[in-house]
Design a protein around this ligand. Sequence first.
Ligand SMILES: C[S@@+](CC[C@H](N)C(=O)[O-])C[C@H]1O[C@@H](n2cnc3c(N)ncnc32)[C@H](O)[C@@H]1O
Length: 371
Amino acid sequence: MADSPYPELKNSHVPERVGRPWTDYKPPPSAPVWAVISGFGSFHVLVAALELGVFDTLADRGANPGIPPAVTAPDLANELGVSAPHLEALLDSLAVLGLLERVGGRYGLNDTAARYLSSDGAASMASLVPVAPGPLDNWSRLADTIRAGRPAQPIDDNPAEFYRPLVEGTFATMLRAATRADLQVRYSAMAGSRVLDLGAGGSPWAIAILKACPDATAVVNDLPGVIDIARRTTAEHEVADRCEFRPGNFHTIDIEPESYDIVVLGHICRTEGPGGTRRLIERAWKALRPEGRLLLADYFIAPEPQWSPHSVLMAMTMMASTTNGFPITAAQTAQWLQEAGFESLRLIEPIGHQYLYTATKPRRPDAQDPN
Ligand SMILES: C[S@@+](CC[C@H](N)C(=O)[O-])C[C@H]1O[C@@H](n2cnc3c(N)ncnc32)[C@H](O)[C@@H]1O
C-alpha cells in the first residue's frame, strides 16, 4: 500500500505498527520545552504584578472617568513607587502572556485581566493565583517526592494554614460553578431541602443552594481552624441563620442517617486517596434520604489522561503536597458511586473546567409511588 504524502498520516510508522510513540524524521521544535521553562517565570511575573497592585491600580484608573484608563510604564511606576525600567519589563511580560493590553506604549487592562485579575473582577482569581500551586518548596523537591512516594512537607501536617488562603481564593469560582450547576441539577426546584456540605471551605455549594431555595437549611462542616470562613461567607450572603456549623474531621463527625436531601463533597476527594474517597461516598450514602442526591465536584481525569490536561496537572499538584492526593478518574468515581448503590449518574461541567457528578440514592424497593 502506498504511503500517505502527509507525515502525520503515514501508516508505516504509527505506534500500532512499530510499538512506540509516533515520531518524525525531521527534528521536532523545542517550543514545548521552552514553554515549560518559561512557565516558572510566567507564574512569578503574575504573582509579582498582583503583589504590586498592578491590576487593581489599572482597574481604579478604568473606573475613574476623569483619567485615561491606559498609562505609560514611568507614570504607573510613579503611582506604585517602584523602579520604572523594572516595571516596564514586568508589564511587557504581562502583555506577551496575554494578561495586559499594550498599545502605543501605554498599558491597560484587557478583558481577561479585568475579569480574573483585579480584586473586584466579576470572577476574580487574584487571591487564588499565589496559593493555587500549594507550597512552592514542595515543587522544587518533586523528584524526592516521587522517589519517596510522599512529599517532604505535606500540607496535611498543618491543613488550616494551607486551606484558609486556598478556600478564600477559590470561593468566587466555586460559587459561580455551584450557582450555574442549578441549570442542570435543578436544586432550586426542591422544596425544604436539608443540605450537608462536608469540607465546605467558604461553603460555596451550601450558599448557592440556600440562596436558590428560601426554605432550605444546611449543615456546614470543615476543620475547626477553617470553619470560621464559612461562618463569615454565609453571613455575608445572608444565609447563616439557616446553617448549623459542625466543625471536625469529615471522616469522624456525627452525621444523622437518612436525614439529608443533598450531600456535597466539593473538591475534597482528590486529597483523600481511593480509600478516603470511598469512605466519604459511603458516608454520603448513609446520610441521604432515599431519592436524595450526592453532588461530587472534582477535577476528574478522562479515559485518556491527555484529554483532561487541567485535571492531570491538578492531580500532580495534590501529589506534590499531600500524603494521600491522587489522580481521581471519572471512570473510577462512577464505579465507586455505583458500588455504593447510587443511580442516575450524570457528569456535568457547570462552568469551564469545573466538573460535577450528580448521583441519586434510589427509593426503597418497597416504597409506594405517590402517584
Ligand atoms: C479544596 S477545599 C474545597 C472547599 C469547598 N468544598 C469547595 O468546593 O470549594 C477542601 C476543604 O476541605 C477541608 N478539609 C480537608 N480535610 C478535612 C477533614 N479531614 N475534615 C473536614 N474538612 C476537611 C479543608 O479545610 C478545605 O476547606
